[in-house]
Design a protein around this ligand. Structure first.
Ligand SMILES: Cc1cc2nc3c(=O)[nH]c(=O)nc-3n(C[C@H](O)[C@H](O)[C@H](O)COP(=O)(O)O)c2cc1C
Length: 223
């Protein structure tokens, strides 16, 4: 109807599990995604909304026929955590409690999700906590093809309580300049060359990737 270029199906199980009116009957979701991929002639993107996507789920989505994965990882805006404020406004103590328990920390981080999804032959969109051009460069260096962000472009609107396109454009230009500097300093002339940029993974992310066998795959991909 709107001649869209693609459709994104969002996965928000965590949010539904926390919402007072949440629908927690997830039977048949993968079959429905498969059906949509078969039925429509447009690319289907599947995206998370703050809890990330694992390798296992990415494999199932690939088999279902999706055209790209938007990881929507932990570490950025969490629709589930947003439910805390709604529950507290409605005096729903249980949902508020569940929101605090799960909303902020449950899930797979954007970094891990990118690495776990990008081993599949599918474009990966890095979303969830992308705030600077360095985040964009790092995301592409560990396997993402595209990056997306929401909150950084909403902040000028939230601050001013009105839409100020100039501020949004300024934010976009700032991000692009940051990315250009990161590319210059890693010797990348084009964004796809960032895939070959050397990376070092440290801390908790390294420990998790090692345990899940993805650190070796990342290093292998870099050779
Ligand atoms: C105000 C707001 C509303 C959102 N609404 C939706 C939505 O309706 N469907 C959806 O899939 N994601 C929604 N998102 C999630 C974004 O698409 C994105 O996955 C998320 O914000 C992570 O990116 P960020 O950390 O850059 O904000 C929303 C995000 C924000 C901030």
């Amino acid at each position: 109807m709107i001649d869209a270029d693609a459709v994104a199906i969002h996965l928000n199980f965590l949010q539904e599990a926390i919402q007072p009116e949440g629908n927690v009957d997830a039977r048949g979701c993968l079959a429905s995604i498969t059906e949509v991929c078969k039925a429509i002639k447009k690319p289907v993107i599947v995206k998370e909304t703050g809890a990330g996507i694992s390798h296992g789920v990415a494999k199932q989505l690939h088999a279902a026929g999706v055209s790209a994965i938007d990881v929507g990882g932990l570490g950025g805006t969490s629709l589930a955590a947003a439910e805390i404020y709604r529950a507290s406004a409605e005096g729903d103590e249980l949902c508020e409690h569940l929101g605090h328990l799960f909303g902020w920390d449950w899930g797979i981080t954007t970094v891990e999700s990118i690495v776990e999804c990008s081993v599949l032959p599918l474009p990966v969109i890095a979303t969830g906590g992308i705030r600077t051009g360095i985040d964009v460069a790092k995301s592409m260096a560990i396997g993402a093809d595209i990056c997306s962000a929401a909150l950084p472009f909403l902040m000028p609107i939230i601050d001013d309580e009105k839409v100020n396109a100039d501020k949004v454009i300024a934010k976009m230009n700032e991000l692009c300049e940051e990315l250009k500097v990161a590319m210059f300093l890693t010797g990348c002339k084009a964004t796809h060359e960032l895939k070959d940029a050397e990376v070092v993974v440290t801390g908790e992310t390294r420990a998790i990737m090692e345990q899940r066998g993805f650190l070796a795959r990342l290093n292998m991909a870099k050779r």
